[in-house]
Design a protein around this ligand. Sequence first.
Ligand code: 5GP
Length: 183
Amino acid sequence: MALPPEQLPAHPTPLLTREAIAARVDELADQIRADYASTGDLHLVCVLKGAFVFFSDLVRRLDRPATLDFIVVSSYHKAKRSSGEVRLIKDLDTGIEGRDVIIVEDIVDTGLTLTYLLDMMRARRPKTLRTACLLSKPSRREVDVPVEYVGFTIADRFVIGYGLDYAEAYRNLPYIGVLDSDT
Ligand code: 5GP
């Protein structure tokens, strides 16, 4: 099931508007600011590529000091479903031992990617470790994984936009849309 680029709809059906996303990102930022009010060193890790838009909006709305790092994993390989294989493409630049860390992901689907990342980061002994995900598809979960900050819980649809891709297309779509299950 692969669509040639010329058959991809230019304006996929919206699931979450840019206004709804912005309002929810504000709420998540408020919640994180409150939860880490007594923490000097807050370190946020962006999981590339899918989380790049969510991450950049979230960190700019935090309104408090924070340090940032980026990690690249690959778990999708142009398919519309997770392969179940997670590959580390680029590791963090800085150590996280003794630090208050939040991993920022685009979407939790089976939970395998986040589990892989949590195991890897726990081994580096951060002081605290939490996760923030813009989207969660609980009906697809294969492993139970803790997500402290969830933007939206969605049904089992394939979503694109706001950083999320289909074969590298749609990452710059300003809203979250759905690619129909027959596409
Ligand atoms: P998991 O390991 O939880 O199954 O999958 C997580 C990764 O799969 C996400 O970071 C994302 O890259 C990809 N993914 C899962 N569901 C979707 C989806 O509906 N749309 C897109 N574009 N990627 C998805």
